[in-house]
Ligand binder design. Structure first.
Ligand SMILES: [Zn+2]
Length: 157
């Protein structure tokens, strides 16, 4: 079980900055407020959509509320993410290992025998004197196609 960061769980930028004691001013997307680093009263610009911030005076900046929190509290990434409620516990078990994987040689041998069967059957049906395919032949052909497709899939991974 591991804590993982999910950006979509970050608090809404406006409520985050207001709860940090800032007064956001201005009509547009970029709000003006005071800089908590150098103390300027109106030099900080905050993007109310994505939480990005930049001080026009002391150059303090970041891309979202997580960056702000980390800089402000001197917090580590996951520490800040947890404090902001942007983490979740990952309960997923690690991907199970494939039970059987054919070696390249075995896979090739299998493809050869299946391909040989398909070729022989195809030749037989091409001969007007040979009897039509039985249902068992058809099933066997399907099985060959399935085996070949499966091996190719494995090889592609
Ligand atoms: Zn500043």
């Amino acid at each position: 079980m591991t804590a993982r960061y999910d950006r979509s769980l970050l608090p809404d930028p406006v409520s985050f900055y207001e709860s940090a004691g800032l007064v956001l001013k201005g009509p547009g997307k970029w709000k003006t407020t005071s800089c908590q680093w150098h103390g300027g009263s109106d030099s900080m610009r905050i993007n109310s959509d994505n939480g990005a911030f930049k001080c026009m005076a002391c150059e303090q900046h970041g891309g979202d509320v997580l960056d702000y929190f980390m800089l402000w509290h001197g917090a580590e990434f996951m520490e800040a993410a947890e404090a902001l409620g942007a983490t979740y516990e990952d309960h997923k078990p690690s991907k199970p290992k494939r039970k059987t994987t054919l070696s390249a040689g075995a896979a090739l041998a299998l493809i050869q025998s299946e391909a040989w069967f398909v070729a022989v059957t195809a030749l037989a049906t091409a001969n007007p004197d040979s009897p039509p395919l039985t249902d068992a032949d058809r099933l066997r052909l399907k099985e060959s196609a399935r085996v070949i497709a499966h091996i190719l899939e494995e090889a592609a991974e």
